[in-house]
Design a protein around this ligand. Structure first.
Ligand SMILES: [Zn+2]
Length: 409
């Protein structure tokens, strides 16, 4: 049985690689996922998935139905990716999907188009081999993950996912290991207000930029005293953006806007983290009453390719699934049974898993062929042997969670 999965996946390698290439060749920057959504739906229809549909936001869903009375497992990848950046930095054409040296190269290969192919074909392996399951397998491909506020995933779960799910498997890069969570992330926006004047007479104004300087220094001090966790790593704070208005050379600016990326641990509450910013500002204001800075979690405006517009807070809670969670243990055993030997890990970056794990309370893990070191870089690539192994692993995970019908053969 186990060997049948591997043999079938190797037989399907040309199709799996070809699908990965077509996914990479279909540019899908956040908000522009229409073409890739059609491509994924067409592929699942061609492979005979029982149901293929989209929700109003444009998230794609494919279902392989079980015989009933089993548990539901959900796979998930995002369909969008970050920009290619500077073309001169790329060895291979970013949207070429070039196959070379045992890899498929191009933007999104590691994050997460290789994983899309290994999920679509991994679940298909069961169908191709006539292996029936008790529970359903749901594949979900969401819009707008990269902006960082889980907007696509929120819509999928609120508008469509109206059923209990036992385990979510994310396709974010894990190098075939099992990842169990990540730090939380919020983006803070500080808006400093001053008074505009001609820069030849600065005494008539209040410079919003220079009044922001002590606040930034205070935050930098705070960043050096943040807690650390053995598993999830260090709590961090990074100033990522500064801008001012009006930004004219002859004018003292009256607005200064600063964005701060804050990664935090389960031991720190979101409220506590937000209050740290307010406290830092209050201390600065106590020393200089001309400092007038408002702090809030930054909001991001989205419009989906289907035309839905909404604003969402840039906030993701931390989560960590325990290693001894029974579903995690089932996955480990299923992968060991097919000769894989995954370690446990966590991501440095945040994922949509924060929605399924933290908001919905569903055990959420990562298992995917991509390698974190290639994500968002001009060296973006995915190993072909990992694509095939991940497809076999995904099929094995389905059997372990949704159960074989009749019971284990
Ligand atoms: Zn990703």
């Amino acid at each position: 049985m186990d060997d049948r999965l591997r043999v079938k996946a190797e037989e399907l390698q040309p199709q799996i690689v070809d699908f990965t290439q077509r996914l990479i060749q279909t540019r899908s920057i956040s908000g522009e996922e229409g073409a890739i959504a059609r491509l994924i739906q067409d592929e699942m229809r061609k492979l005979g998935y029982d149901e293929v549909l989209t929700d109003p936001a444009g998230n794609v869903i494919g279902i392989l139905r079980g015989r009933g009375q089993g548990e539901t497992i959900m796979f998930n990848c995002h369909m969008d990716h970050v920009s290619e950046g500077n073309l001169a930095d790329w060895e291979y054409e970013p949207y070429g999907g070039t196959v070379a040296g045992g890899w498929v190269h191009g933007r999104g290969a590691s994050d997460v188009k290789g994983a899309i192919a290994s999920q679509v074909y991994g679940v298909y392996l069961l169908k191709a081999l006539g292996i029936e399951l008790q529970g359903d397998v749901i594949l979900t491909f969401v819009i707008d993950e990269e902006p960082g506020d889980m907007w696509g995933m929120k819509h999928l779960c609120q508008d469509w996912l109206n059923r209990p799910v036992s385990l979510v498997v994310l396709g974010e890069a894990t190098s075939l290991d099992i990842y169990l969570g990540h730090r939380g992330r919020l983006e803070m926006e500080l808006i400093g207000r001053g008074k505009m004047s001609h820069s030849s007479a600065p005494w008539l104004g209040v410079n919003a930029v220079t009044k922001m300087a002590p606040v930034i220094t205070k935050l930098d001090e705070l960043s050096r005293s943040l807690p650390e966790d053995d598993v999830l790593g260090k709590s961090t704070l990074s100033v990522t953006h500064i801008s001012c208005q009006p930004g004219w050379g002859s004018t003292v600016p009256d607005i200064c806007r600063v964005w701060v990326d804050r990664r935090y641990l389960p031991s720190e509450s979101t409220e506590e983290v937000v209050n740290q910013f307010k406290q830092a500002v209050a201390e600065c204001q106590a020393a200089d009453p001309d400092i007038n800075v408002e702090c809030r979690i930054r909001q991001l405006a989205h419009t989906s390719y289907t035309g839905i517009s909404e604003t969402e807070q840039l906030l993701k809670q931390p989560y960590l699934v325990p290693q001894d969670n029974p579903y995690v243990q089932k996955v480990v055993k299923a992968l060991q049974d097919i000769g894989q030997n995954p370690s446990f890990g966590v991501w440095d970056f945040g994922t949509d898993g924060s929605y399924t794990a933290h908001v919905l309370g569903i055990p959420t893990i990562g298992y995917a062929p991509g390698e974190e070191e290639y994500a968002h870089r001009p060296t973006d690539r995915v190993r072909i042997d990992f694509l095939i192994k991940a497809a076999v692993g995904n099929a094995a995970i389905c059997r372990a969670v949704a159960g074989c019908y009749p019971k284990e053969v």
